[in-house]
Write a protein that binds this ligand. Structure first.
Ligand code: PLP
Length: 416
């Protein structure tokens, strides 16, 4: 047993039954070096964050420089160069008039802030009834209380809390005429109670790596406009190139009213998130009335080290051919995972951008699969019914081949 393990509470784990976690000594590029000396090729990029690979020297240098100047200063009544520069750059990269950035320190909190902004948007306009969000089956938006209440209530990981969480409206994503009609009817029925519609654009991540089309997003935007509702895009997973365009909303050409960013924002280096609002959202808070202010302010918001890492990450996106690397990765993922289609027990193989997914009919041997992946020299973390890859955009072709071949071999071994 590792020293200190008795004092740790791990995420998403039944501690009594969970196999021992792997002790990591170091990370490097697309590799995880274990304390016992083994080296694994990483297929997950630390929950989809490390888009430039681990320990990128350029980000490391930027953080080290900032560490010498000022690791952190509170953001209440004070601002600093790294946060101002980052806010300006994010708004220049985002479409339309998404132009006010509220920094936080995790994805869940960024979504909480977006939901709070949406509800207060209406309160500030004198409308008290619009307090709910409309969210979609298959959604995952975080683990805090308000965000749990917009995750899939049946299939999602928070179903134990059913009946305890704040009430929202959860419907099927419109993907055909019937589901579109049902979605529109639900919006019409509840329009006076809804503050915003929230969706992960193009890919619902932790809810099962489920893909939907740009038309779905256009239908959501059109319906929201018909009833004057706000739209929140949770791009915490999809942002920064993961789905093939810099932001997923660009591919759909749909402008949300509020967008949430985190994960790859700092290239996987530091905790940072941003909730970015359009001008008309911000204007609902701009008032002579102090009560109309957004009363939120996490202690570590806009942490200077994290902002320095994010600025360095944006430099890398500007200087390096990252989006071309995503396109190449997409092609190699599709080729590498294609043979899995013929394996028994495989229901679907799908790829979008730098996300490769093998969906199984059943996955009741999760721990055994994880162990076999490690034995095959890779770190892959299946969940629900999916085995997936979200590697660093900089992964070497040989390493990617090791990942896709490991998936094929482990799943073939399982079927035999
Ligand atoms: C789409 C989406 N929203 C929100 C979150 C929550 O982010 P965090 O774990 O940083 O709180 C996640 C995390 O997986 C996510 O994928």
């Amino acid at each position: 047993m590792m020293m200190g393990y008795d004092n740790i509470w791990l995420p998403y784990s039944q501690m009594k039954l969970a196999p021992s976690p792997l002790a990591v000594a170091a990370t490097e590029g697309s590799h995880i070096v274990l304390a016992d000396g083994r080296r694994l090729v990483d297929g997950i990029a630390s929950w989809w964050t490390a888009c430039h690979g681990y320990n990128h020297p350029y980000i490391r240098a930027a953080v080290a420089r900032q560490l010498g100047i000022m690791p952190h200063v509170m953001f209440g009544g004070l601002v600093h160069e790294q946060a101002l520069r980052l806010a300006k750059r994010l708004c220049a990269l985002l479409p339309g008039d998404l132009e006010r950035v509220f920094f936080t320190d995790s994805g869940s909190v960024a979504v909480e802030v977006a939901m709070k902004m949406a509800v207060q948007f209406w309160l500030n306009k004198g409308l008290r009834g619009r307090s709910k969000c409309l969210a979609f089956k298959g959604a995952y938006h975080g683990d805090t209380f308000a965000t749990m209440a917009v995750c899939d209530p049946d299939e999602g990981m928070h179903k134990l809390f059913a009946g305890v969480l704040p009430q929202n409206i959860i419907v099927d994503l419109p993907h055909d005429q019937a589901s579109l009609a049902q979605f529109e009817a639900t919006v019409e029925r509840h329009a006076e109670e809804i503050a915003a519609i929230i969706v992960e654009p193009l890919v619902q991540g932790a809810g099962g790596m489920l893909f939907h089309s740009a038309e779905t997003l256009r239908a959501i935007r059109a319906t929201a406009d018909r009833y004057g509702l706000l739209v929140i895009f949770d791009e915490i997973f999809t942002g920064f190139g993961r789905t093939g365009t810099f932001f997923a909303c660009e591919a759909a050409d749909v402008l949300p009213d509020i967008i949430c960013l985190s994960k790859a924002l700092t290239g996987g280096t530091m905790a940072l998130a941003a909730t970015v609002a359009r001008r008309h959202v911000f204007e609902a808070f701009w008032s002579d009335d102090p009560a109309h202010a957004l009363m939120h302010g996490p202690t570590y918001m806009a942490n200077a080290l994290a902002c320095a890492a994010a600025n360095a990450s944006l430099d890398l996106f500007a200087q390096q051919p990252r989006m071309a690397q995503v396109a190449a990765l997409s092609k190699h993922l599709a080729e590498g995972l294609a043979p899995c289609r013929d394996l028994p027990g495989v229901r679907d193989v799908r790829v979008r951008g730098a996300i490769g997914v093998v969906e199984l009919a059943r996955l009741d041997d999760l721990d055994a699969l994880k162990r076999r992946f490690v034995e095959a020299g890779v770190f892959i973390r299946p969940f629900g019914r999916v085995v997936y890859l979200t590697p660093a955009f900089t992964i070497a072709e040989e390493d990617l081949a090791v990942l896709t071949q490991a998936i094929f071999k482990v799943l073939r071994g399982r079927a035999a």
